[in-house]
Design a protein. Structure first.
Length: 329
């Protein structure tokens, strides 16, 4: 009889108690997970980021505008309105993310303002009135509506990595492959900014360019930055590429007695990118350049090229930023 009772108790334990304990654990786990997700999402009070304090660099005035109204002025300045709708939507989400990243991480560069209207510093922005004046009658009707739709149809959407808005760099044309931030600016990299390849960018005018300087100009321009610069063109191997980046840009180049970065050469000679070939041609130095811009993050012409092949804005964003999510704020 006692054995039977123990047996029954064992059966009850196995059949009911273990599943209950297990379910409870699972439930606790689920509650913990949900809380974790919620805590990530509420780390930022996105509601207070609906306004942007924009610095007008020409007048030095700070204007407070609604986020999406600000984005109409950014998207219309940063991307040609005749690009595909999905590319414009990708640009809207990238610009919204870039803006929030600046606000959240206290872009103290501009004091009270969170962002400025200069493309070389933050993001280009132009007022609706000024933008419409740059377009002819037909463009005015079609383009503005298209820009507004791109922003409104992606309302509240930003790009996140591990729950946080990413530093959404973008540029005009990668010349085929983008690059990591470290390769371009040094410092530490962001895991979502990797070198990725996109086909179709060669169809755009931003893809290739040339620049020529005389040997004398070449020497004097480098000497402006490096007074100890010396080069003897009568000797062999005076210009030699020592190292390329993951994305095929020049990382280090030996010129005369100096080792310089591709980024510095790009700046000194005003090249469109640091992806270039350099040749000595008689009395001249010639640069053949691929791509336009720093090459980090989304390539805008790459985005348009993907959209033409049927990619939507989410696919475009996930192509250029590795391992990210599109989050609704
Ligand atoms: Zn700025």
């Amino acid at each position: 009889m006692r054995k039977l009772i123990i047996y029954i108790l064992c059966v009850v334990f196995l059949c009911f108690l273990i599943p209950i304990l297990f379910t409870k654990n699972l439930k606790n786990n689920l509650v913990a997970k949900t809380e974790e997700i919620q805590s990530v999402e509420t780390t930022y009070d996105y509601g207070k980021y609906n306004k942007v304090k924009l610095l007008h660099t020409k007048t030095e005035e700070i204007e407070e505008i609604d986020l999406d109204t600000y984005l109409y002025g950014v998207v219309s300045s940063e991307m040609p309105a005749n690009f595909e709708m999905e590319a414009l939507k990708a640009q809207a989400v990238v610009a919204r993310t870039y803006t929030l990243y600046k606000i959240i991480n206290n872009n103290s560069k501009h004091g009270e303002a969170s962002i400025c209207d200069d493309s070389a510093c933050c993001q280009a922005w132009i007022s609706k009135e000024d933008r419409l004046n740059k377009w002819n009658e037909e463009e005015r009707q079609n383009n503005w509506e298209k820009i507004v739709s791109a922003v409104n149809e992606t309302k509240g959407k930003i790009i996140t990595y591990e729950g946080k808005p990413i530093n959404a760099f973008f540029h005009s044309n990668s010349g085929g492959t983008t690059d990591t931030a470290t390769n371009v600016w040094g410092g530490s990299n962001y895991p979502y900014l990797q070198a990725v390849t996109t086909s179709g960018e060669d169809a755009y005018s931003q893809y290739s360019s040339e620049a020529t300087v005389t040997k004398d100009e070449f020497i004097s321009k480098i000497k402006e930055n490096h007074s100890d610069f010396e080069i003897d063109f009568s000797k062999e191997n005076q210009i030699e590429i020592l190292e390329y980046t993951d994305g095929g840009r020049i990382k280090t180049i030996k010129i005369g007695n100096l080792n310089l970065s591709g980024v510095e050469i790009r700046t000194i000679f005003g090249l469109r990118s640091a992806r270039f070939e350099i040749t000595i041609d008689g009395d001249n130095i010639k640069f053949n350049v691929l791509g336009y811009g720093h090459g980090v993050g989304m390539s805008q012409t790459g985005a348009d090229s993907m959209a033409k092949k049927g990619a939507n804005y989410e696919e475009i964003i996930k192509h250029f930023y590795t391992g990210v999510e599109i989050t609704n704020i």
